[in-house]
Design a protein around this ligand. Structure first.
Ligand code: FAD
Length: 480
């Protein structure tokens, strides 16, 4: 099939019937469930963009068909840039508020498959499996999520590199058909709206006897028997697009995933029991670089969206000339520019990796992904500071349709906007900077790509500081 339409996605999701729990009840159909359907429709709109703009959103396969561009295994730096432009179109649709658009994992699967020899070195079947999985995912244009962390009852054990053996996802049996796994994983964003679940290791495992059962990488269809998605409290509360412009469109839902003796057929297993490879899979295959490429595009778009919002607030509140407002706008301009510059540097220095795929240069992406979790809360704070009580002087759409209309029109208009337009703007600002949806966005940006403290520590490890220390030593030792 190749690049799919929105209708194709919605009908596949309807037929899937995965075991999703929300508010103590089974979700029969996520495409009609009040807390999930709006986001399902938003994802469908992304897929429709592939049909509407095939040149920009898809690429030609060797057999003449077309696949979504996020699946490309770039053969040149130009391919990397084209993919980045495609990421941008999808990110702009939600102002970067949909973090887990399918391109995030499509690009990861493409890198994993390009590095099939990495898996084949563990077991020749695994090398074939990852390539076959990539081709199927691309052909069906599947929407996937992933889940990397084991639940933790004891932080001390986690810090020592041990896993909570009774809770963590683990192999409980191996059969001729595949491996049977039990345990839980946190989290899976987009879980109820995904067709496929990728389960990869992220926590570094100790190389010690008994740890092999936790060393796993596989993909499973979300409706597999024994697999449960447990949703958090919904953030789409059924309000109109006027009342909750973001939550009513982009609630991507996060889930805990429970595996109760789930059979993973051998053809869907990519690593099993190989601790050393599990510990380096993302870095060695460059899947993490492809994911960072998507993430930094999203960061740039999100920073631009908040900047646009702050500029509009300054216009409507007639505060563009105030020095502190200008100072804060400058901070936001710098944030957006830094994201774009990092992206541009990474794409300009794209190069062929050891598996033959062109990848963006990692250091600028690393800088941007480490910076954004610190920047985003500040961008949100600026929206709060520049909006202040206007975030609260924001009646609902129902108020505008009531006898209150003359009062609202009289008291809430500004020199720069009619009352309704002003309130619409501040309701959007509230969804960014005050609502539960906005709060979850901040949490997402702080953590979704990993704990910022450990990411920073990894960056220090990855950076060769010796030449810089030598330069300082040279100056200290200079006698003249
Ligand atoms: C909205 C949201 C969506 C997410 N979606 C997904 C998803 O789709 N798939 C997925 O796999 N994961 C997802 N995650 C989980 C994400 O990967 C984790 O939040 C992240 O890796 C941090 O792990 P943690 O939450 O267990 O925090 P913890 O590891 O518990 O960290 C909590 C705090 O303790 C500190 N800390 C912990 N250990 C150490 C240590 N060894 N040294 C120093 N400090 C330490 C951290 O710095 C942090 O401040 C999501 C998270 C959020 C918030």
């Amino acid at each position: 099939m190749g690049a799919r339409s929105g209708n194709n996605y919605l009908s596949a999701l309807r037929k899937l019937k995965a075991e999703v729990w929300l508010g103590g009840a089974r979700v029969e159909d996520p495409t009609t469930h009040p807390a999930l359907r709006n986001c399902a429709n938003s994802i469908a709109s992304l897929y429709d963009m592939q049909v509407e703009h095939p040149e920009a959103m898809t690429y030609r396969l060797e057999d003449g068909g077309r696949a979504g561009l996020s699946f490309i295994q770039p053969r040149s730096a130009e391919d990397v840039r084209r993919r980045g432009a495609m990421f941008r179109r999808w990110a702009e649709f939600s102002g970067g508020m949909l973090g887990r658009t399918p391109d995030y994992l499509n690009a990861s699967i493409a890198a994993l498959a390009a590095a099939w020899k990495f898996f084949a070195a563990s077991d020749p079947r695994f090398g074939e499996n990852i390539q076959a999985y990539y081709r199927r995912a691309r052909e069906h244009d599947w929407c996937a999520t992933h889940t990397l962390l084991n639940p933790r009852a004891s932080r001390a054990a986690g810090w020592a590199g041990h896993t909570d053996a009774e809770l963590a996802l683990r192999v409980v049996e191996k059969t001729g058909e595949g491996v049977i796994v039990s345990g839980a994983r946190i989290l899976a964003t987009l879980g109820p709206l995904a067709e496929e679940l990728l389960v990869f290791p992220s926590t570094v495992l100790k190389e010690e006897p008994g740890a092999e059962q936790f060393a796993l990488a596989f993909a499973i269809n979300c409706n597999a028997r024994g697999l449960k998605f447990i949703c958090r409290e919904p953030l789409d509360l059924g309000r109109s697009h006027f009342d909750a412009p973001l939550a009513s469109r982009f609630e991507e839902m996060d889930c805990v995933v429970v595996f109760d003796r789930v059979l993973i057929p051998w053809e869907r297993v990519f690593l099993c029991g190989d601790i050393a490879r599990c510990n380096v899979v993302y870095a060695e295959t460059n899947a993490v670089v492809n994911m960072m490429h998507q993430v930094v595009v999203k960061n740039a778009v999100k920073a631009e969206f908040l900047l646009g919002l702050a500029a509009k607030i300054a216009e409507v509140s007639d505060s563009m000339s105030l020095p502190h407002v200008r100072d804060r706008l400058a901070e936001m301009i710098i944030a957006a520019q830094l994201m774009r510059s990092s992206l541009r540097a990474a794409e300009a220095d794209a190069h062929q990796d050891q598996w033959g795929e062109f990848v963006p240069d990692r250091p600028p992406l690393d800088a941007a992904r480490n910076l954004f979790p610190r920047l985003y809360p500040r961008l949100v704070e600026i929206i709060q500071l520049n909006s202040s009580s206007s975030l609260m002087a924001a009646p609902s759409e129902a108020d505008f349709a009531s006898a209150l209309l003359p009062d609202l029109e009289r008291y809430l208009a500004t020199a720069g906007a009619l009352a309704r337009d002003r309130v619409a703007l501040y309701r959007l600002a509230w969804d960014v900077a005050g609502s539960a949806f906005g709060g979850r966005q901040v949490l997402y940006e702080r953590f979704f790509f990993g704990d910022p403290v450990r990411m920073a520590s990894a960056l220090v490890d990855a950076t060769d500081l010796k030449p810089l220390v030598a330069r300082v030593d040279e100056l200290l030792q200079r006698r003249g």
